[in-house]
Design a protein around this ligand. Structure first.
Ligand SMILES: C[S@@+](CC[C@H](N)C(=O)[O-])C[C@H]1O[C@@H](n2cnc3c(N)ncnc32)[C@H](O)[C@@H]1O
Length: 299
């Protein structure tokens, strides 16, 4: 499978994604901490692929547009810091990363937030496994949560998304890979090999992607023995399919996720939102529509 260069990972689109999450967390925490209805709920923020929490520098300066970006935003804050810096913090923070060295760095950042130290829980674990336990003990009558899943590639399993939906009390933001994978696995002139098909089944939670993304033609010429299977789907169809899949589990799904484009205008990820509440969806829609109007690196 295509490998992601994790060392130099990120770019202008990274900031777009984090800006949306931050805006949503601000609006969400204001509603729960300032409104009378929200106050009866205990709120959690779960960052399933949290990273080290350190601020990062933009280093890609190989085009005019990127140079401009670097001048404007030398450093950008991580998802963890943005969540911890909220004026009205969550009642609990769960930070998960499979890489223990990242959590050690995050543990240092934790010391900058002594007022939150008893509310902050770090787990060195696969986010899919963590979410099973978290959702199992989630009590919808007095808990609410925002979950942010921000993987490099196809690490989020569909069954995790489904378990989150079933709690009926979680607002999910999922940075679903599009260009990095699965598009690279979806070969143009044939179905992917079984090992990659299995990965796609795991991400979409179904095998129906084969019918949605591929068409099979009858042989055109006498010498063509077998029907030809070709990919008919482009990235827009893949994004629509993801939205359809989310609707099987959530009542309120953002119809047009924020698609993050790289500097060659190729789609990298779709920032998807799904929940069971209309207020959350309305806020997510406002944030994403505004971003689409203002930014170069999204579609
Ligand atoms: C894109 S980075 C997260 C960036 C972070 N949101 C930020 O703002 O800095 C993805 C992280 O996911 C972690 N990771 C990869 N596979 C994982 C898994 N199965 N479960 C949990 N974390 C995982 C990686 O170690 C990496 O730190």
């Amino acid at each position: 499978m295509a490998k992601v260069n994790k060392k130099n990972f990120g770019g202008p689109w990274t900031v777009e994604k984090l800006d949306c999450i931050e805006k949503f967390l601000k609006a969400y925490s204001n509603i729960f901490k300032l409104g009378s209805k929200g106050a009866r709920f205990e709120t959690s923020y779960v960052d399933g692929f949290v990273g080290s929490g350190e601020s990062k520098a933009c280093t890609s300066i190989d085009s005019d547009a990127d140079q401009l970006f670097c001048m404007q935003a030398q450093l950008y804050e991580s998802s963890a810091k943005r969540a911890l810096d909220l004026v009205h913090p969550f009642d609990k923070y769960y930070f998960i990363d499979i890489d223990n060295s990242k959590l050690q760095k995050l543990n240092k950042i934790k010391q900058e937030y002594p007022h939150l130290s008893s509310k902050l829980f770090l787990f060195s674990q696969d986010a899919n496994e963590f979410m099973i336990d978290f959702c199992d003990s989630f009590n919808n009558s007095y808990e609410r949560a925002v979950v942010f899943l921000d993987p490099y590639a196809m690490q989020v399993k569909w069954k995790t998304v489904e378990i989150i939906g079933r709690t009926k009390g979680i607002d999910l933001w999922w940075l679903a890979p599009i260009g990095v994978a699965p598009l690279r696995l979806l070969k143009r002139n044939r179905l992917p090999e079984s090992i990659y098909s299995g990965k796609l089944d795991e991400m979409f939670g179904t095998q129906t992607w084969k019918d949605r993304f591929y068409t099979t033609d009858e042989p055109l010429a006498l010498f063509e023995q077998r029907p030809r299977t070709v990919r008919s789907a482009d990235w827009k169809i893949v994004v629509s399919f993801l939205v359809e899949r989310l609707k099987t589990t959530f009542n309120c799904v953002l119809e047009d996720p924020l698609v993050l484009m790289n500097r060659n205008n190729n789609p990298m990820y779709a920032l998807c939102y799904a929940s069971q509440n209309m207020t959350g969806l309305r806020i997510a829609k406002d944030i994403v529509s505004k971003k689409k109007r203002e930014s170069t690196y999204v579609s």
